[in-house]
Ligand binder design. Structure first.
Ligand code: SF4
Length: 497
């Protein structure tokens, strides 16, 4: 019988996508995913995140709980990867000597070999590389979704935001060649995927490695030429590097969704300066104005940190002002907490917990008032929904299904009108429905009438058949990172940063 594995993921979309690669690698090496509810897989991989202050307590707590399980199951192996592993390295096996493998953010591909070596030598293997040698998208990937896929365009970051550990753990930005990116997008579309999200710590600086500041706009336009690709999204842009060309590319390319997740972090210029975020609130609001002028239906979402060291009440008020002016459709709000290894962790002016909590509550109330008002504007509109799996926790009880509108909003929709036949059995995750919004809440929309249209898709067929896309390892010859050869990039042609 094949040995089984389970991957436990913490953190951002980067980690979620890295976990898809870890699963792909393990399956290529002959392991099988452990069935849901199996507490004793042969391999447990923790893909960790170092962003939160207590991330290590959480990891060591989980490792401690797993120790007696491992003692009772000879042959079980535990591997720890991701950002915390890159940071703590050998410390992990010193604190938890029952861990078999520690691998970093730059050598995910080594995991199967490290597991094998640890088993053969009956000793822990710790391998951390200082920089990336192979772009991770060259690894086989077991995709979790039949209808939506992540595609990395870059890894690492050249910025030095003082609250962020990413540059220390993921290294400098490495850009992937446009041809390789588009080839992966096409491979996903060939398997029925309808939506891709282009992924990078700072997608707007894509091209910096090969000297083309318009490379990201070109990439969006090139995605527009891919038949069968219905939705293109990206995350995360950085206001500093945002060009008008990207706004034009979004507006002109029909399959690029009119949704933009652009981290604000603070509305105060003094706090932005202390964060070493090199834009100011005026520039941020200017980008939003241009995006709305080009795409009046654009939904803009953001990340905001409250209680950064030195933040005064006046600074916080500026954040509220920007929130009111920007009219976000959703915001991820975070209370500042020290992240070990970051410059901000040792700054003067750390704020008492109760001050941060009180400001946070006021921010959440302000954000909800605005997002609710923005959502209400959609009542009565008919929207296109890509039906999703696992987006509606109450769906079973309410008899609804759920998915995302083109602008990224979460929609819970009824599958029948009172007195009519239910379409529930016919609509599958990955299908497209059009439905009319009847109610708005701060974080979602409801559509309580029957859908006005339903389109069966190949992604829906794949979901029904229980198939998920697998992108093979190297797609185009040798694995490549960095500068492309001297050929024109295609011109015809998508965590908290
Ligand atoms: S917050 Fe984002 S842009 Fe800033 S250093 Fe971290 S990854 Fe880079």
């Amino acid at each position: 019988m094949a040995r089984t594995y389970n991957v436990v993921t913490y953190g951002c979309q980067m980690n979620v996508h890295d976990s898809e690669r870890i699963s792909g690698l393990l399956e290529q090496a002959g392991y099988e995913r452990a069935p849901a509810g199996d507490d004793t897989p042969d391999i447990v991989v923790f893909n960790t995140c170092a962003v939160r202050e207590n991330a290590d307590n959480r990891l060591y707590g989980n490792l401690g709980r797993l120790r007696p399980v491992k003692d009772k199951h000879p042959g079980m192996q535990i591997a720890v990867g991701g950002c915390l592993a890159q940071k703590d390295r050998g410390e992990i096996v010193r604190k938890a000597p029952w861990v078999d493998v520690v691998f970093g953010t730059h050598n995910i591909g080594a995991l199967p070999v490290l597991l094998e070596r640890a088993r053969h030598n009956a000793a822990a293997e710790v391998e951390i590389l200082e920089s990336l040698d192979v772009f991770p998208s060259t690894l086989p990937t077991r995709r979790e979704s039949t209808y939506a896929g992540w595609v990395s365009i870059s890894v690492g970051c050249n910025n030095t935001c003082t609250f962020c550990i990413v540059p220390a753990l993921r290294g400098k930005e490495k850009d992937r060649r446009p041809g390789d990116i588009l080839s992966e997008v096409r491979a996903l579309v060939d398997e029925g995927v309808l939506e891709v999200t282009l992924l990078g710590q700072n997608v707007n600086s894509y091209g910096v490695e090969f000297g083309d500041r318009y490379a990201f706009g070109k990439l969006l336009r090139a995605c527009g030429d891919i038949d069968g690709l219905e939705r293109v999204r990206f995350t995360s842009p950085h206001p500093k590097d945002f060009t008008d060309d990207v706004i034009a590319a979004m507006a002109e390319t029909p399959n690029v969704c009119h949704s933009l997740h652009m981290p604000l972090q603070s509305g105060s210029d003094d706090v932005l300066k202390a964060m070493r975020r090199s834009y100011r609130s005026e520039r941020y609001l200017g980008i939003i104005e241009k995006v709305r002028a080009a795409m009046p239906d654009a939904a803009i979402t953001t990340d905001i940190i409250v209680g950064f060291p030195g933040e005064t009440e006046a600074d916080f008020q500026r954040t509220l002002d920007v929130v009111r002016e920007a009219r976000f459709s959703s915001a991820f709000t975070f209370q500042y907490s020290k992240r070990p290894g970051t410059p901000a962790a040792t700054m003067d002016g750390q704020l008492p917990k109760q001050v941060v909590q009180e400001r946070y509550e006021r921010l959440v109330a302000c954000v909800e008032e605005i997002t609710w008002a923005e959502n209400k504007r959609l009542v009565g509109e008919t929207v296109e929904v890509l039906v999703a799996l696992g987006e509606g926790r109450k769906d079973e009880r309410t008899g609804r299904m759920s998915g995302r509108a083109r602008d990224g909003r979460l929609v819970h929709f009824a599958t029948e009108a009172p007195g009519t036949d239910s379409m529930a059995g016919q609509i599958r995750p990955g299908d497209i429905v059009h439905t009319t919004i009847t109610y708005a809440a701060p974080h979602h929309l409801n559509a309580d009438g029957a859908p006005v249209a339903h389109r069966r898709t190949r992604a829906g067929d794949a979901a029904e058949a229980g198939r998920s896309p697998r992108t093979p390892g190297v797609l185009l010859g040798l694995p490549t990172i960095g500068a492309p050869p001297v050929v024109a990039a295609p011109t015809a042609g998508c965590a908290t940063h």
